[in-house]
Design a protein around this ligand. Structure first.
Ligand code: F6P
Length: 341
């Protein structure tokens, strides 16, 4: 069987570990692989190349993706789905392994409903995909953000400043919560809970009153400020409809400075969180997902995604994986809040 592999959406440390594992395991099952360039764009444009065991050698530790990626959605272009089906048919590609987050796997689900044999692998540093406890890439992003927060502590303390550190997380605050807890942040702000500026200022001032003249505030890019009783300040979006990096951090820093009188600085970690080598944990998780995805193809369990449940890798339906977002557990946020202020 000839199988296409693609990586879609924002890149994520561990993608190459998954690609390597799918090909290595799949070849043991007698499968043959084609690497699709730049996610669904490559299937629209008939842009792909033969992927062998040799081609995936030496990539386990590398960030990015040897296949390239894009946010192309064939269902958003005229005749797009038909062109994808034509590419699959013309090249005798009988199945697709789609490695991606909610957008990429949402497209995979639509093709599955149209009769394409698809399996999925859960990717996103944001960890907001449902059906799985963790996505690969999340651990690396949290590790990078935690190291940054450690560094911000020393400079914030030296200058008696508040530093607002913005991390990624469009819809969910997993990175903010985990890195903020690990880095001992004084306030953590996430999209799941609108920001109460008075409360944030009160935490900072309470610290000052105890002689702690600096504070670290970690905020997820998708967090919103509560303006009225039922009204939150709109997120700043770019022309692609994505949250503008630094938008919330800058507004927040200005408000904190105004309310506390303490000099405030902003650090936006941005794509640093997505770059570079995956952690050991993400390499292992990516490898487990890849091996399982190849087994799903062998067993003809199409329409499924490899998922982590507890310590086991299991198959869940693409339907379940893309139905809702996986948001922060309120109980974990409450544990973090014990240390605010
Ligand atoms: O989906 C992961 C993510 O890192 C989001 O947190 C962020 O909003 C987005 O990607 C940024 O993507 P891009 O690289 O397209 O700007």
């Amino acid at each position: 069987m000839k199988v296409a592999i693609l990586t879609g959406g924002g890149d994520c440390p561990g993608l190459n570990a998954v690609i390597r594992a799918v090909v290595r395991r799949g070849e043991q099952h007698g499968l043959e692989f084609t690497g699709v360039r730049d996610g669904w764009r490559g299937l629209l444009a008939n842009d792909h190349f033969r992927l062998t065991r040799d081609a995936v050698s030496g990539i386990l530790h590398l960030g990015g993706t040897i296949l390239g990626t894009s946010r192309t959605n064939p269902f958003k272009s005229e005749g797009g789905p038909e062109r994808v089906l034509e590419t699959l048919e013309r090249n005798h590609l009988q199945a697709v392994v789609a490695i991606g987050g909610e957008d990429t796997l949402g497209v995979a689900k639509k093709f599955f409903d149209m009769g394409v044999k698809v399996v999925g692998c859960p990717k996103t540093i944001d960890n907001d995909l449902s059906g799985t406890d963790y996505t690969f890439g999340f651990d690396t992003a949290v590790t990078i953000a935690t190291e940054a927060i450690d560094r911000l502590h020393t400079t914030a303390e030296a200058h008696s400043r508040v530093i607002v550190c913005e991390v990624m997380g469009r819809h969910a605050g997993h990175i903010a919560l985990h890195s903020g807890m690990a880095g001992g942040a004084d306030v953590i702000l996430i999209p799941e809970r609108p920001i109460d500026l008075d409360e944030v200022a009160a935490h900072v001032l309470a610290r000052q009153a105890r002689g702690r003249r600096f504070s670290i505030v970690v905020v997820a890019e998708g967090a919103q400020i509560q303006r009225g009783k039922d009204e939150v300040q709109d997120r700043e979006l770019d022309q692609f409809g994505h949250v503008r990096l630094g938008g919330i951090a800058n507004v927040l820093a200005a408000e904190i400075e105004k309310r506390t009188g303490i000099e405030t600085r902003t650090t936006v970690l941005g794509h640093i969180q997505r770059g570079g080598s995956p952690t050991a944990r993400d390499r292992v998780l990516g490898t487990r997902y890849g091996v399982f995805a190849a087994d799903l193809v062998r067993d003809r369990r199409f329409g499924q995604m490899a998922a982590l449940r507890g310590d086991a890798i299991v198959g869940v339906s693409l339907e379940e994986a893309t139905r809702d977002l996986h948001l922060v557990d309120p109980a974990l946020y409450d544990v973090a809040a014990v240390f605010f202020g």
